[in-house]
Write a protein that binds this ligand. Structure first.
Ligand SMILES: NC(=O)c1ccc[n+]([C@@H]2O[C@H](COP(=O)([O-])OP(=O)(O)OC[C@H]3O[C@@H](n4cnc5c(N)ncnc54)[C@H](O)[C@@H]3O)[C@@H](O)[C@H]2O)c1
Length: 354
């Protein structure tokens, strides 16, 4: 088998992590780039030595040399491009979120079933962080026992990136679907992926994007426009699972908070763990409570390593040497949760799943 030829669709910020990781993988060749912004596609193709660049993703998919694609476009095109890529016979790694709606999610799942010989992986990159993988080994060995409670919080005091992120039509929502998805999935994955039973959620559009704030910088999308913002600035939820476990979450693009913070914790009947901001495992021995800190290179999520592991895993799966740990079914379940939070908030009531 020669090198696997990769096409990257969407050549914006996060594509850099995909390109850099593919560049480090000896089994692949970065072969083609596509972006509706043709100049961006051309620049990335030149930077990473890709032979081809395209403005239209259908042209890239029509190129029979392409074996696999990374989809790094805005959320509103994930479903359309994923389905087209599968039917064009490509392996697919799609960025999170899987898509914007449940209907779209089922559409992708159907296309995956119809093309079952192709690898389909969703970019739940935090599953590939060293701290997550180390903790998973402890959990799988039973050190936490039955995990019945998880708590995930990701608060930005000021950090609505604007551009497409702030345009609900293109993003599907604000901090919940953009950053909440990472911490919700992290907990859900480590809890053993229990089936969601009910959700009570709240979203708030109270503070806007606070473009008036001075002397505090934050990441802005390339097409930042202070006049456009149609997404929530805060979301919170309590999610119940059919095994009795629960997950409490809050995430913000902006909030009158003292500072930025991230905190992700799991609690079981034998032990607990803090995953973010620093991995710690809490247990009990000889009538004493122990806080254990593993000696590993990165106690918090290591961005570069996480992406490298994610891409390497995708390539290993394409080679037929493993099954992906980040499946379309997981993406569908996550969409149920995210859409469920928005739905519950709109109704002002808890929503239940059969
Ligand atoms: N895993 C992570 O930690 C992480 C971090 C950031 C973003 N993301 C995800 O990556 C995706 C892209 O985010 P970003 O920050 O790179 O955004 P971005 O705006 O920087 O880049 C997106 C690019 O996609 C292009 N594009 C949009 N629609 C297209 C289409 N139909 N065909 C071809 N090109 C198209 C845009 O022109 C742009 O260049 C989003 O889904 C986002 O949720 C994931």
């Amino acid at each position: 088998m020669g090198k696997i030829k990769i096409g990257v669709i969407g050549a914006g910020s996060i594509s850099e992590m995909h390109f850099e990781s593919y560049k480090n993988n000896n089994d692949v060749e970065i072969y083609a780039v596509c972006d509706i912004n043709e100049q961006r596609a051309q620049e990335k193709a030149e930077k990473y030595g890709a032979l081809k660049y395209y403005k239209n993703y259908q042209d890239l998919l029509g190129d029979s040399e392409v074996d696999a694609v990374s989809i790094c476009t805005w959320n509103n095109s994930h479903a359309e491009i994923s389905i087209a890529a599968l039917h064009a016979g490509k392996h697919v790694l799609v960025e999170k979120p899987l898509c914007k709606t449940i209907e779209e999610a089922y559409g992708i799942e159907k296309a995956v079933k119809e093309n079952s010989e192709k690898v389909f992986q969703i970019g739940f990159v935090r599953r590939f962080g060293t701290n997550t993988q180390v903790l998973k080994n402890f959990i799988d060995s039973g050190d936490l026992g039955e995990i019945y409670y998880a708590k995930a919080s990701c608060i930005r005091a000021l950090g609505n990136p604007g551009g497409w992120f702030a345009d609900k039509e293109r993003s599907g929502g604000g901090p919940l679907i953009d950053i909440g998805i990472h911490v919700i999935d992290l907990c859900w994955y480590l809890m053993g992926k229990p089936k969601v039973k009910s959700i009570s959620g709240n979203t708030y559009n109270k503070l806007g994007n606070r473009s008036n704030i001075e002397n505090k910088s934050f990441y802005k999308a390339a097409d930042y426009d202070p006049d456009k913002n149609t997404v929530e600035d805060l979301a919170n939820a309590i999610i119940r699972f059919d095994n009795g476990a629960s997950l409490m979450v809050d995430v913000s693009f902006t909030l009158h908070a003292k500072e930025e913070s991230i905190a992700v914790n799991l609690y079981g009947d034998k032990g607990g763990a803090e995953i973010e901001p620093r991995l710690q495992i809490v247990t009990e021995k000889n009538n004493t409570i122990l806080n254990s800190t593993p000696q590993i290179d990165a106690l918090s999520f290591d961005f570069n390593k996480g992406f490298q592991n994610e891409i390497d895993h995708f390539v290993t799966c394409i080679k037929g040497e493993a099954e992906t740990i980040s499946t379309v079914q997981d993406g569908v379940e996550m969409m149920k949760i995210l859409v469920g939070v928005y739905e519950s908030s709109e109704k002002g009531a808890e929503i239940s799943f059969d």
